[in-house]
Design a protein around this ligand. Structure first.
Ligand code: GLP
Length: 249
């Protein structure tokens, strides 16, 4: 596993944006697995100013989306215009009023609740993910793969998950001031592991314990991001951190 330590989050965002654009210009990268979250806002700000031709035939597969209980008591996807929706996040941060074409934006859906892995089969049918750009939760989740063998085995596929109280606290946005939904559909750790290149991005002091555990903790689903150190993943993984997130290394 390689670790790239940049002086600041701004420098880190530059680094990740350049890396992604370099892969896209190489002509062999068409399918990106992408993340939401504050970490990616400055990265998307950089990507959205590129000329439209950069994104010809590029597909953006998001990792996850919230679920809410509908009026009839059944689980459904959060409304795409809800302020907490990740579909809205991507529209606002990357696709809206930019050169990036949102017609190539994909999300896991409620079908993955009934038929886990529907999204995985679609991704595989499109040739698989060449580059995964991943954020890291404070509890070491990737996507919404919360810690624990019973909830997020290393081979897990896209499925319905319940969120831990700590994730719901971490994702609370005072500007929205709504409770974070209790559940989501997320790609699995196995889905992520099928990507040909894994780039995990974490900035800020609050991420330093998670970075420390990712690199030095036990390789076990109790630390979901430790899947990056499985023999089949370690050689294709790059962690991009700023000095604050690297503080405990
Ligand atoms: C959410 C998402 C993750 C993301 C994480 C980090 O929980 N499901 O995919 O990586 O948040 O978010 P932030 O960048 O805001 O710290």
């Amino acid at each position: 596993m390689q670790v790239e330590i940049l002086g600041s989050a701004e420098e880190g965002a530059d680094f990740v944006a350049k890396l992604a654009l370099g892969r896209l210009s190489g002509g062999e990268t068409h399918n990106l697995l992408v993340s939401t979250g504050g970490t990616f806002k400055p990265i998307y700000q950089r990507l959205r100013t590129e000329p439209a031709s950069t994104y010809d035939n590029v597909r953006f597969y998001n990792q996850d989306e919230y679920c809410v209980k509908k009026a009839n008591g059944a689980w459904g996807m959060i409304d795409q215009d809800d302020p907490q929706s990740f579909r809205r996040f991507m529209r606002e941060q990357l696709f809206a009023d930019t050169t990036v074409p949102s017609k190539y934006s994909f999300f896991p859906g409620i079908r993955d609740r009934r038929f886990a892995g529907t999204y995985d089969r679609m991704i595989a049918g499109h040739g698989g993910i060449e580059l995964a750009l991943l954020g890291l939760g404070r509890n070491c989740h990737l996507g919404f793969n919360e810690p624990g063998e019973s909830v997020s085995p290393f081979g897990s596929v896209t499925r319905f998950v319940e969120l831990t109280p700590e994730t719901r606290v971490a994702n609370y946005d005072p500007a929205i001031n709504e409770p974070v939904p209790p559940a989501a559909i997320t790609v699995g750790l196995g889905t992520i592991g099928l990507s040909r290149e894994l780039v995990v991005v974490a900035f800020g002091e609050h991420k330093s314990p998670a970075i420390q555990e990712t690199i030095w903790g036990e390789v076990s689903p109790a630390i979901p991001s430790s899947m990056l150190r499985l023999p089949e993943n370690i050689g294709k993984t790059l962690l991009v951190v700023d000095e604050a997130a690297a503080a405990e290394l």
